[in-house]
Design a protein around this ligand. Structure first.
Ligand code: ATP
Ligand code: MG
Ligand code: FE
Length: 332
């Protein structure tokens, strides 16, 4: 079974080939046009996908050394994501599947972030809890099987990645700021400044409060000292990051306890955060968890995770028709 998978939900254009469940490659073209705007501009993202998609797919297919006739199916991200961006991938996938007369597989991007755990060893055992933390989502998911997942908690407002990126923006750092906050935090004191922990009912999260707290905190300090940010960059980043991780871990611990699960995974772009990884490993020792963190290139958006999801759907014969359309707010 050889499957071509395409990811185009946001600002990464990616293609991957999976052969009998083994990822052969993962080609990613990151869009840099958005940097100067401090965030993803949807219309520019769609155009960049149109430019990058064919070269990226061509590279994946030729590098894998697989002829078009040897492809068993074409998979694509159906949602969630930006409508225009999704449209580019969906349209290409449909035409390609039609031209080659092979099945088409639609993949949920958030399910794929979780299935990235099955690309390499060690793999989590079912049931496990996955904390998916990305630019658009923050979810606690009870994963019962490859394609059987239940959201047991999620953010009621902003995603944690947004909180990282907005903090970075307030600090004058370029987009996407999450990785930079992580970098500065390594040199800072996480106890230097205190930010409020917002408590939501059950296993839910809220990250909009901290963004406002950081805004007012910086405004007040800058009044006293115009160089406050440059002089305290590392401490501010460390303190905000510490607060965000603490909020994430509180509910993760509760979820693990309530569902009596010790297999714990993290997924999505923010799972690249070094502070989050360190805290997760510390908790693993303390609570006897087995923790799973995907390889860096499989944390942020990539087509290998779409290919992995497509592989399991292929085995179940879960194909879609040529009349399929993208869904911007697709549920897990
Ligand atoms: P979604 O998957 O919800 O549709 P997305 O695809 O934009 O959203 P990802 O590409 O999975 O999200 O993740 C991007 C997010 O991860 C950005 O908010 C980015 O700042 C954040 N991020 C990446 N690396 C780090 C890091 N080391 N520390 C903190 N945040 C990070
Ligand atoms: Mg991205
Ligand atoms: Fe993503």
């Amino acid at each position: 079974i050889n499957i071509l998978a395409i990811e185009s939900s946001c600002d990464e254009t990616s293609a991957s080939i999976i052969s009998n469940g083994k990822i052969l490659n993962n080609i990613v073209a990151t869009q840099s046009v958005h940097e100067k705007y401090g965030g993803v501009v949807p219309e520019l993202a769609s155009r960049a996908h149109q430019q990058h998609l064919i070269p990226v797919i061509h590279e994946a297919i030729t590098e894998a050394g697989i002829a078009h006739e040897e492809l068993s199916a074409v998979a694509f991200t159906r949602g969630p994501g930006l409508m225009g961006s999704l449209m580019v991938g969906v349209s290409f996938a449909k035409s390609f599947a039609y031209a080659l007369d092979i099945p088409l597989i639609d993949v949920n991007h958030m399910q794929a972030h979780i299935l990235a755990h099955f690309i390499d060893d060690p793999k989590p055992a079912f049931p496990f809890i996955c904390l998916t933390v990305s630019g658009g989502h923050t979810q606690l998911v009870l994963v019962k099987d490859y394609l059987e997942m239940e959201v047991i908690g999620e953010t009621l407002d902003d995603a944690v990645g947004e909180a990282f990126d907005k903090t970075a923006k307030l600090l004058g750092l370029p987009y996407p700021g999450g990785p930079l906050v992580d970098k500065y935090a390594k040199e800072g004191n996480p106890q230097a400044f205190q930010f409020p922990l917002s408590e939501m009912p059950g296993l839910n999260y809220s990250f909009s409060g901290i963004k406002t707290a950081v805004l007012y905190f910086l405004r007040d300090r800058l009044k006293e000292d115009a160089d406050f940010i440059t002089e305290n960059m590392a401490d501010i980043c460390a303190s905000v990051q510490f607060t965000l991780i603490k909020m994430l871990m509180q509910k993760l611990k509760r979820a693990a306890r309530e569902h009596k699960v010790k297999e714990i995974a993290i997924a999505g772009g923010v799972s690249a955060n070094s502070g989050l990884r360190a805290e997760l490993n510390r908790l693993a020792g303390e609570l006897g968890w087995n923790v799973y963190v995907p390889k860096f290139e499989y944390c942020t958006d990539n087509a290998a995770m779409i290919a992995m999801a497509a592989h399991y759907k292929y085995l179940k014969g879960a194909f879609c028709g040529l009349d399929v359309s993208p869904v911007a707010k697709m549920k897990l």
